[in-house]
Design a protein around this ligand. Structure first.
Ligand code: SF4
Ligand code: SF4
Length: 303
């Protein structure tokens, strides 16, 4: 049954993107993800629920947030205000009284109609560039019914539609969206099941099975590999991945070099960032491109 769910949790809307699909696009970032990749640059996307982030450097110590919190969830420490995540109900009241902008809520409920209205503000750009909407996250298919409703409504408005996915969802969830989807940007993080599980929290069996099925459909399927030094960037894994992509009958592979822009977000959410790695050098990325020449795939760098 194709359930219509009219509202979902979104943590960011980014206009005028020229990546992540064709033409000029609006990126809508949905909350909730079934994986826990250690390099995730959007940790605020992982939980389905809205969350408060703390920008310690902006705090002026007025104490307004502590006074207004009915749950006594904010504790002042020598390192600044800390939120007890077990107590916080994400009501957002502290963010409203924080004039310094030190507290912000990530995640807001939107109806499909509200989102469409916002996305359609750039309709003229989509029309001239062949662009549209890209759902990102988090994992858009994690909010399965909302994503379905949103894609269907966007397609009815004749927008080009794309989804960025980790693929770790039931195939049926993706399948029912296919009539309303132009492109799928599909991440393959590691071909080794055990290593995949070690660094993402889940094995890759469903992910590989789903992408094999999708390769037999008409959807424009784009495979992307985040290049994470020391985790999946061995020549062996990259060559195996390229071979796998070729076996799918595809001609392109996108490499997304690791960056550390998301690291500071972990402490803002009261979490620890486990990795201690640097982005790959330009030389290493060029070397990888050379190594993958034999695959005869077109190799692109970036999204
Ligand atoms: S969001 Fe609400 S419950 Fe959470 S810390 Fe702020 S005021 Fe307290
Ligand atoms: S309201 Fe904002 S500035 Fe005031 S103590 Fe709380 S976090 Fe700091």
């Amino acid at each position: 049954m194709n359930t219509i769910i009219n509202s979902g949790v979104v943590f960011n809307i980014q206009y005028y993107s020229i990546h992540d699909g064709s033409g000029i696009r609006t990126l809508v970032f949905l909350k909730g993800c079934p994986l826990r990749c250690e390099w995730c640059s959007n940790p605020e996307s992982q939980s389905l629920k809205p969350e408060v982030i703390v920008l310690v450097n902006r705090c002026i110590g007025c104490g307004n947030c502590i006074k207004i919190c009915s749950e006594q969830a904010i504790v002042n420490t020598i390192e600044g205000n800390i939120i007890n995540r077990n107590k916080c109900i994400a009501c957002g009241k502290c963010t409203e009284v924080c004039n310094a902008g030190a507290l912000q809520i990530k995640g807001k409920f939107y109806t499909v109609d509200d989102l469409l209205e916002q996305v359609m503000e750039d309709a003229i750009f989509y029309e001239y560039s062949g662009g549209g909407i890209t759902l990102s996250g988090g994992e858009p298919f994690f909010q399965a019914d909302f994503t379905y409703s949103l894609l269907r409504t966007c397609k009815e408005s004749r927008l080009n539609t794309a989804v960025e996915t980790c693929g770790f969802v039931p195939y049926e969830t993706i399948e029912r969206c296919l009539p309303y989807l132009d492109s799928i940007l599909y991440d393959i993080k590691h071909l080794d099941t055990d290593i995949h599980k070690q660094f993402t929290g889940a094995d890759n069996l469903i992910i590989l099975e789903n992408v094999r099925k999708l390769a037999k459909t008409d959807v424009n399927l784009i495979i992307r590999v985040p290049v994470i030094p020391g985790i999946n960037d061995s020549n062996n894994n990259l060559i195996r991945t390229a071979e796998f992509v070729k076996e799918l009958g595809l001609k392109e592979l996108y490499l997304l070099p690791y960056h550390s822009l998301g690291v500071r977000k972990y402490s803002q959410l009261g979490r620890k960032y486990k990795l201690n790695i640097n982005p790959p050098t330009v030389e290493r990325i060029n070397e990888i491109k050379e190594i993958l020449i034999d695959s005869k795939l077109n190799i692109y760098i970036g999204g």
